[in-house]
Design a protein around this ligand. Structure first.
Ligand code: NAD
Ligand code: UDP
Length: 322
């Protein structure tokens, strides 16, 4: 069968990127997966390695690269606050130099390019739920800024390359997404709570646990990303993608305790600096222009994710490795 397109996925060995590679292959495309394994893993893409249309390129997006491609999905960047704060300068470089390199490549190859932006561009939002027109409330010198401001600068670059050079861009502001293939040591709340519950360890609730997030299951999100890439260039950009059902972290902990049957206690830890107090996407734009909305409810998605972590824990050979 003839491939439909040749598509570059940066960050393709990560949590979201590995699902995207999988779905793009299923749709009949050739996929180049570019990753430096900073937070990604070969385990995430091992099942794709035998597919002749799949190619792994071990490379850092901060270094320019040449490739003959039709489309680029730019996902390279650690997404967990724990991981992106380990080397904040590299996080900025990945976001900014990575965006420039991928946009230059898109321009040379005449390729359409998608940017994985984030709800973090809204910072600690004063507007709730968050609409795309809201410009955000970000502390530019805080510990989260390497990620938030890095992503904001990447957004600027995408729009400037579009206006100045006519590059065909798509951009999603992705809200908290979870599912199987998150790293057990990822550090984000869903994987932390599930691992703690399964191990019978205390559940680490930061602050009073009344801060909110809205969690999207990975399958829903990947469907949204691919629909956005295929949307006409006239579609207003950027586009929020996330599940608009909002929960407190305390509710999330209680739901995970209920689903796992764990007797773990809740233990309170200090709230990290600049931790947003509330977050919920307004997804009217995605509904109207893509006909997209999430379908998987939190309890259902958590059950699937818990089953994954149970399998990981019971099979040491599958422990995450680079
Ligand atoms: P992840 O950490 O699992 O994946 C990121 C991938 O990028 C990893 O495979 C990592 O090794 C790779 N990477 C990092 N720096 C790189 C570099 N310099 N060169 C090449 N590869 C590099 O995170 P994820 O949850 O899959 O997130 C993927 C993208 O989606 C990120 O850009 C993130 O900002 C964005 N996003 C994710 C969420 C979410 O909830 N998962 C929310 C908002 C935005
Ligand atoms: N959080 C928590 N316990 C944890 C990890 C995170 O209470 O073990 C909280 C964190 O303070 C934040 C929310 O859960 O309010 C979501 O955190 P996460 O790191 O998953 O994502 P982000 O803050 O980037 O939305």
């Amino acid at each position: 069968m003839c491939a439909e397109k040749t598509i570059l996925v940066t960050g393709g060995a990560g949590f979201l990127g590995s699902y995207l590679c999988e779905r793009l292959l299923e749709a009949g495309n050739d996929v180049l997966c570019l990753d430096n394994f900073h937070t990604g893993s070969r385990n995430n893409i091992r099942h794709l390695m035998d597919d002749y249309r799949f190619e792994l390129i071990r490379h850092d997006v901060t270094v320019p690269i040449c490739a003959e491609i039709d489309e680029i999905y730019n996902l390279a960047c650690p997404a967990s606050p724990v991981h992106y704060q380990i080397d904040p300068v590299q996080t900025v470089r990945t976001n900014v130099h990575g965006a420039i390199n991928m946009l230059d490549l898109a321009m040379r190859a005449n390729a359409k390019i998608f940017q994985a932006s984030t709800s973090e561009v809204y910072g600690d939002p004063a507007v709730h739920p968050q609409v795309e027109g809201y410009c955000g409330n970000v502390n530019p010198i805080g510990p989260r800024a390497c990620y938030d401001e890095g992503k904001r600068c990447a957004e600027t670059l995408f729009f400037d390359y579009h206006r100045q050079y006519g590059v065909d861009i798509r951009m999603a502001r992705i809200f908290n997404t979870y599912g199987p293939r998150m790293r057990p040591d990822d550090g984000r709340v869903v994987s932390n709570f599930i691992m703690q519950a399964l191990r019978g360890e205390p559940i680490t609730l930061y602050g009073d646990g009344m801060q909110t997030r809205s969690f999207c299951y990975v399958d829903d999100l990947i469907r949204g990303i691919m629909a956005l890439m295929d949307a006409p260039a006239t579609m207003p950009m950027p586009c929020n993608l996330g599940n608009p059902v909002e929960f407190t972290m305390r509710q999330l902990a209680e739901t995970i305790l209920d689903l796992t049957g764990s007797r773990s206690e809740l233990t309170v830890r200090p709230l990290p600096q600049d931790d947003p107090t509330q977050r919920q996407p307004n997804i009217s734009r995605a509904r109207e222009h893509l006909g997209w909305a999430p379908t998987i409810e939190l309890r259902e998605g958590l059950q699937r994710t818990i089953a994954y972590f149970e399998r990981e824990l019971s099979s040491p050979a599958r422990v995450q490795q680079p």
